[in-house]
Design a protein around this ligand. Structure first.
Ligand SMILES: Cc1cc2nc3c(=O)[nH]c(=O)nc-3n(C[C@H](O)[C@H](O)[C@H](O)COP(=O)(O)OP(=O)(O)OC[C@H]3O[C@@H](n4cnc5c(N)ncnc54)[C@H](O)[C@@H]3O)c2cc1C
Length: 324
């Protein structure tokens, strides 16, 4: 019996959420006394594969088949299930990322396993019965899920667990999966990256702005603040509806759900539909000129004032701090 953790990569580099999944799997391994094997699918360089050892995993199975260099949901799910069977994994951990949300239920169906999607805690283990908490109702509640099947698939919410270093020597084994033609009925031939900006779902820090910014011409200062902090930019729905910002930046109930370590909301009222997508952020800072703005109720830190006065001062202060 073993634990299998699938680590996602982008353009050959493992994602931060992948290392979080590895640390989570390692923690389950410590609880159950089972070894943890990591699975990498796609083209990843040897140094990155070795780097997984820093997070306590001693064996990495590498699938580097050319047909799988681009992400294909069906085929990747088939490979994860095949590897899980080969190593007799009873727990399969992956990230509840955009791709993970598609993979986890497929893998669970293939293995006839119980599925915990969007896990935010380690399991409480009572024999075969595991209890895990997940965020529910767009982050407004925490649900407790009970997994009773012998095989369990757990999709960990990004940023719910820190990647913890626990260095060990790692063995890398090449694995040749038996992918069928039907698993490759849809393939991605090429991906052209539109921007070199930090992708919003993976960002540690998000600088987000709303209608309080008055118009698209005022986003220069939002981008500058994001640049100095190494953050991604986001916005409220009316802002993207008005075409001030691209739709990919819209967060909330009808947009992306994000859970960064720091979410800075500037000129956003804090409507419930917006909060639905951001309330699981670790720390929320709100800048609004209306002291009664609902966003202040969920803020860890609030600044009451005019964004056009405060944001440039923050940019100067962060620049000065960085050059210190
Ligand atoms: C079914 C449904 C789904 C929805 N889904 C979403 C969603 O996914 N995401 C989302 O964001 N919204 C969503 N909405 C819309 C949501 O209800 C709000 O209307 C929207 O979030 C408000 O956007 P806002 O805060 O940018 O604008 P406003 O509500 O106009 O708020 C602007 C804020 O800026 C402040 N402000 C003004 N000037 C300044 C200044 N100079 N400095 C500082 N602060 C200033 C104001 O005090 C105010 O609080 C949805 C609505 C519905 C009905």
């Amino acid at each position: 019996m073993a634990i299998l953790v699938y680590i996602e990569n982008t353009a050959g580099a493992f994602k931060k959420s992948g290392y979080e999944a590895v640390s989570y799997a390692k923690a389950i391994g410590d609880l159950t006394g089972q070894p943890v094997h990591a699975l990498s699918i796609g083209k990843v360089d040897a140094a990155s594969l070795q780097h997984i050892g820093r997070y306590g995993v001693s064996k990495v199975l590498e699938v580097n088949t050319e047909q799988l260099h681009q992400f294909v949901n069906q085929a990747y799910a088939a490979v994860i299930a095949e590897v899980a069977k080969k190593i007799q994994a009873t727990t399969i951990v992956l990230s509840n990322s955009f791709s993970g949300k598609g993979l986890a239920p497929r893998v669970a169906a293939k293995l006839n396993a119980a599925l915990a999607d969007g896990a935010v805690t380690l399991p409480t283990i009572e024999g075969d019965i595991w209890e895990i908490k997940k965020s529910a109702f767009s982050g407004k509640a925490i649900a407790t899920q009970e997994l009773t099947a012998p095989v369990k698939v757990i999709a960990l919410t990004p940023n719910a667990m820190e990647a913890v270093e626990s260095p060990t020597t790692v063995e890398i084994e090449l694995f040749q999966p038996s992918v069928s033609a039907s698993d490759l009925s849809t393939v991605i031939n090429d991906i052209v990256q539109a921007t070199d900006k930090i992708p919003l779902p993976e960002a540690n820090i998000v600088v987000s702005a709303g209608r309080g910014l008055k118009g698209p011409e005022n986003w220069r200062m939002i981008e500058e603040l994001a640049d100095v902090l190494g953050a991604a930019t986001a916005c409220s729905k009316p802002v993207s509806d008005a075409g001030w910002r691209p739709h990919e930046e819209h967060v909330g109930q009808t947009g992306l759900a994000v859970s960064p370590n720091l979410y800075i909301a500037i000129g956003i009222s804090g409507a419930i539909q917006h909060l639905a997508g951001v309330s699981s952020s670790k720390t929320i800072v709100v800048i609004n000129n209306d002291p009664e703005a609902p966003f202040f109720k969920v803020a860890d830190y609030g600044i009451v004032g005019d964004a056009f006065d405060i944001v440039p001062k923050l940019i100067d202060a962060f620049k000065a701090y960085k050059n210190h």
